[in-house]
Design a protein. Structure first.
Length: 135
């Protein structure tokens, strides 16, 4: 049934968000700062722990800009399939995992840009951040 698929995807997505929030700076630390991958993950975890709220808000707001309208669209498809009858619902059930995977891929560019901006801001010395905020 659709609700089982949606529930499983919700658990997977929530687990992915939690894991990603704790490791989202690791690629930047490995590439930009030249840290070894295991060290980059540890340092990224520390960076995120210091300011988890800002990291979470940046990540979730970037994802919401694209993700919520797409979720509304998928819900609309489900409603239409339900209205059409059992055959359409079966086809929707078969397509749902692909629709959700597509949603993740469409959200990724916006999320990466937001996280990169947050990383660049965190990398700035505090004195520069204060000057930018005052301007």
């Amino acid at each position: 049934p659709v609700w089982v698929t949606m529930l499983v995807w919700a658990v997977v997505v929530l687990l992915g968000i939690v894991c990603h929030l704790h490791t989202m700076f690791a690629p930047y630390l490995a590439i930009c700062d030249g840290l070894a991958p295991p060290r980059a993950v540890v340092e990224g975890f520390r960076m995120t722990q210091r300011d988890l709220g800002t990291s979470a808000v940046t990540f979730l707001s970037a994802v919401a800009v694209v993700g919520l309208p797409l979720l509304v669209g998928i819900a609309g498809l489900w409603a239409y399939a339900s209205w059409e009858g059992p055959a359409a619902v079966t086809r929707f059930d078969q397509a749902l995992p692909y629709l959700m995977a597509g949603l993740v891929q469409l959200v990724r560019p916006v999320m990466v840009a937001a996280v990169h901006s947050l990383y660049a801001d965190r990398d700035r010395p505090r004195s520069q951040r204060s000057q930018v905020a005052a301007a």
